[in-house]
Design a protein around this ligand. Structure first.
Ligand code: NDP
Length: 318
């Protein structure tokens, strides 16, 4: 019999592929979550979820036979992995298949912010060019880009930055075997950089670490680009820094309370704002969806998960 899978809505192609191998149970379509969990909770053996709705300990507790949570996306800060681990439940994500796409977007966002590309487009469309040339912008030339989180995506960003001929530095918890300058604290990295590229995971450990002091250290030419999670930035401090000229501008793909964006930000012209589209191409979302399907089918055919997160490692029983 096909295993029961609790499903959060995903791309139609992924849902179709999952429907062939599993009996899909849709919590989001249930009239009452309580009634739904009472009825099917004990049958659920797997979950396919996206990063939008949390998988917390309370939900995990209601699923006594849950074996695997397969998440669509590389960040899994909305999943209580500690609660999963305590129960021996494997959590998988979709690393690597999106790194190049997100790195491309990060570079686009950086250039758009520094060279004011969206603003120039708006200027032209508003018919202002015949009156006066668009004002001169800041430049990427001569900058040092500090990467917070030199992981899979961070490295792909660094590779691209080498092609742009700018200096790269980084901060993470541990130095790596790379030629870029390592800074043991985020404050040190901000002091040494005039672009801060944020690409470390969300979650309690990184909440608000890009704070007023870090923005101050980045300085008046400073640009913040965030393609990680909104939670890493103290958003009130960022708004204040943008207002007072403590930094020059920001390019943001992610926000603290998505999809709600502070009106203070949307009112500013020296920021570029994107609706969390880092991995959002047809090509890459399909690859991510396929990896969700592959993780679940590998698990339920006894081959183990393909990409378990480090907190729930898996090895075959001897
Ligand atoms: P990785 O796990 O490969 O890299 C994360 C990096 O962050 C590592 O280098 C790690 O280094 C560093 N890091 C982890 N914890 C901390 C910490 N507390 N302080 C400082 N650095 C830390 O992840 P990926 O590169 O694959 O993805 C990074 C993030 O990007 C994801 O977690 C996700 O939230 C976000 N993302 C956003 C997307 C979008 O659409 N905008 C799309 C895809 C991902 P070390 O261990 O040495 O600290």
């Amino acid at each position: 019999m096909r295993p029961d899978l609790l499903l959060r809505p995903m791309q139609p192609l992924v849902m179709e592929a999952l429907a062939r191998a599993f009996r899909l149970q849709r919590l989001d379509e249930a009239a009452s979550a309580e009634g739904f969990l009472a009825e099917v909770g004990s049958r659920i053996r797997g979950m396919a979820v996206n990063a939008h709705a949390p998988v917390d300990a309370a939900l995990i507790d209601r699923l006594p036979n849950l074996e695997i949570v397969a998440s669509f996306g590389v960040g899994y800060d909305t999943i209580d992995v500690a609660a999963a681990r305590r129960r021996g439940i494997v959590v998988t994500n979709t690393p690597d298949v999106l790194s190049d796409e997100v790195a491309d977007l990060a570079l686009g966002l950086l250039l758009a912010t520094v060279r004011q590309i969206p603003q120039a487009d708006r200027y032209l469309r508003a018919g202002r060019w015949p009156e006066k040339s668009f004002p001169l912008s800041a430049t990427l030339r001569g900058r040092t880009v500090g990467i917070l989180g030199l992981g899979r995506i961070g490295r792909a960003i660094a590779q691209r930055l080498e092609g742009f001929g700018v200096a790269v530095a980084y901060h993470g918890r541990t130095p790596q075997d790379v030629a870029y300058a390592y800074h043991p604290t985020l404050l040190d990295l901000a002091r040494a950089s005039d672009v801060l590229m944020i690409v470390a995971p969300g979650g309690p450990e990184t909440r608000g670490i890009v704070n007023a002091a870090v923005l101050q250290a980045l300085g008046p030419e400073g640009i913040v680009v965030n393609v990680a999670r909104g939670s890493l930035i103290d958003e009130a401090a960022l708004i204040a820094a943008l207002r007072t000229g403590t930094i020059l501008g920001a390019g943001l793909d992610v926000f603290a309370a998505e999809p709600h964006v502070p009106p203070e930000l949307t009112a500013m012209d020296h920021v570029v704002l994107l609706p969390h589209v880092g991995s959002g191409s047809v090509h890459t979302r399909a690859a991510m969806g396929q990896l969700v399907v592959d993780n679940l089918t590998a698990w339920f055919t006894g081959r183990g998960p393909l990409t378990p997160v480090p907190e729930t490692p898996w090895s075959p029983r001897p």
